[in-house]
Design a protein around this ligand. Sequence first.
Ligand code: PSU
Ligand code: MN
Length: 307
Amino acid sequence: MTNKFATYLDIAPEVAQALAANQPVVALESTIISHGMPYPQNVQMAGQVEQVIRDQGATPATIAIMDGKLKVGLSADDIERLAKEGQAATKVSRRDVAFLLASKKIGATTVASTMIIAELAGIKIFATGGIGGVHRGAETSFDISADLEELSQTNVAVICAGIKSILNLGLTLEYLETKGVPVIGYQTDSLPAFYARTSAHNVDYNLTTPDAIAQVLKIKWDVGLNGGVIIANPVPKEAAMPEAEITQYIDQALKEAAEQNILGKLATPFLLARVSELTQGKSLATNIVLVLNNAKLAAQIAISFQD
Ligand code: PSU
Ligand code: MN
């Protein structure tokens, strides 16, 4: 059997060269661009995040589905197209990948589908802002992100700012434990809660250097323990938001989502956009800072991983 998937993969020359030379590459998702932030802040963030990775000495690879290809390493034009398309782009999780390849439309990849494509391309390290998880009220809605299932089976490490409190942090941790996905805190015992540096929950392991994290990743995959790892990196102090303030807005956004019966793949983008509106852009500024911070750590881990 030949690898037919290769016919669908379109790896940018710069990324292909880095991979061939065993140089560090960091994958980036695209739903954060189209559905996670408004234009033009999204396109600015996408450019900055790539620059941060380059400054550390690694190669960025922003991933999306475009023109019937799994694109690994978007050009500035591709990113502009996706950023302008915004919520009109299709949000692509595992179930959607084949349909977007068939239709040749623009597909923005979530954590789940970015992990799938990164693994196909041979990229092990992936930076983002926040992952999907078990939603509050999941005991009746059954809303559990496909990101968690992907983390249980796909060999990619995801550097994020912890779990956003639009989700149920405790239930998300339980799900990850069941699925064998370790949650590493970077220089923290407390699970970061995206806008806030801490939460009422603890991470599984507190590792204090990129080298220590890279070593665990190597060992995990060397011994054949398939699946991802979450590396939760607290938002920088100066950009963190007061918990009471953000909680109030998240509660309001959740209430509106329930009233308007927003379900399925629409739930997370709706909540992200409402929280951003309600905080009058304050949460967006925090979001951008933490993504850049995660990209920096991801590049450092990728560099150590290749040593
Ligand atoms: N959380 C954020 N920002 C994001 C997302 C989540 O703080 O942009 C996006 C990511 O692409 C994530 C997706 O993979 O939402 C999860 O969507 P869902 O809950 O529908 O699985
Ligand atoms: Mn969902």
